[in-house]
Design a protein around this ligand. Sequence first.
Ligand code: LR7
Ligand code: MN
Length: 568
Amino acid sequence: MRRIRANAIAILTVAWILGTFYYLWQDSKPASTPSSSASQARGRGHGQKLVPGRLEIHRDDRTIPLIVTQPPRGEQQNQLLGGFDEKAYLATKQLKPGDDPYREHAFNLQESDRLGSERAIRDTRHYRCASLTYDAELPSTSIIITFHNEARSTLLRTIKSVLMRSPTSLIQEIILIDDFSTDPEDCQLLSQIPKVRCLRNSRREGLIRSRVRGANTASATILTFLDSHCEVNADWLQPMIQRVKEDHTRVVSPIIDVISLDNFAYLAASADLRGGFDWSLHFKWEQIPIEQKMARSDPTQPIRTPVIAGGIFVMDKSWFNHLGQYDTHMDIWGGENFELSFRVWMCGGSLEILPCSRVGHVFRKRHPYDFPEGNALTYIKNTRRAAEVWMDEYKQYYYSARPSAQGKAFGSIADRLTLRRKLNCKPFRWYMENVYPELRVPEQEAVSSVLKQAGMCLETRGRDGLGLAECRGAGTNRPQSQKWELVEPLIRQQDLCLAISAFTAGSKVKMELCNSKEPRQKWKPKGPALQHVVSGLCLDSQSTSGPLVIAQCRPQVAGQSWEPQVLV
Ligand code: LR7
Ligand code: MN
């Protein structure tokens, strides 16, 4: 008897285990076939690589069923849209038989229209997110969506997903900015939806000035920006508002899931990515640095990011205004995400991606609209403005990576430079050292500079001696003895390099034949100081007449402040 019972228990256990495996196997299959384009990396020439580099459906923990966010039905739905007739709205402008479904919007319009105004999507968050709680009292937000000739179905789904998947009390209003789309009716009709206001530009302004217009009319204390072809996911808004409420200098983004431009499948993006760029100011998704990844014990924690993709973020309104909104001399599309990101970090704020907030976005391979000044020139103008205002001496790498930018018009940046001074923002070098140390400075042709301290210049004397002396000559006419080339990690003068004589504090610094493998010759900037990499000690003049030594780094001490000035 006992044996039969034991067998029965064993059989049941095996069946249970097999059942669980079957369920998990089912669960790990994507809901629909990912589009062929979903994993393609795609630069768009001047702009961004648009798709998060690695896509994955979340499988980290499969012990609870996935919750699919359902659209509301009946009554509730009517309340959401008020008197707005969505059927009539969507029925016009449908694709005619034989039309290329990609032509007008660079995504498959037929598939988008087929989905209609709403649909259930997979809750793509890590399962732990569902059990997080947020303050009962969170401030409400103004949602700002700018659009230029957006498809009706994608735009309506964006709006409706916001109304369906946000706590009602958090949505103060949805502000649409119609950036001079061909048909003014979209704007008028959508204004019938409760909470929706639509402002139409009387000429094409581009997304940057359009967003500023939206922000200026917003009545909530928190701004939320969205593209016009998004679908927000379960509880997307609370985590972002919570973080901004706790610290108004934070600017936060969700993880941006991918809506396939071919079949409109909603695909989870990797939760291990952050925003980065190369020196040509080309945006890219990149892996979180390994040390940070190892330190992340909690997958719900925010991810610090050097830059944001640009389209989807939440920011305190007074902080947005305090920091100078956007550079409104940037046109149409591109570059504003770098400008905003540099400004936020360098002027006292921070940028983060919140894994518990997810928003889907239709990533495209080309721009479906025209650029009145041309795509390339516009991108160059915008990124040049960002580089000229914010990148200090590092802008040289931007120009080397994008030589065609030299000599192209970018307008006056005087106002933005004044803003930077007024806000007392940190130098780009600070950003490089503290926010984005992973961005490698390219092997460069040596640039000549002087190393100035309190108006005096560092110079070589005799065979291997060094000292401070009055600066002589001007520009490139400086005497050789005062011209330095800073090619990390070396500080060189022709074939001689700055080297320490021993690794202890007080050791003299001298010149010797360059050898980039020699640890005694390795230096790196540390704020205004020059730090010897291995000893961690800083170049110190002690007194203007004495010898040069290495000493404990004390930032702010005059004898350790070396301002390199590039000679042109
Ligand atoms: O002239 C224009 N006027 C507009 O109102 C051009 C565009 N727009 C609207 C447009 O309808 C859309 O709603 O502006 C929004 C963004 O334009 P997209 O969708 O063509 O841009 P994108 O998704 O290709 O590009 C990303 O980078 C842009 C740089 O300027 C903006 O910051 C976009 O908001 C941004 N999108 C995202 O961050 C979503 C995630 C994509 C990534 C990476
Ligand atoms: Mn977009």
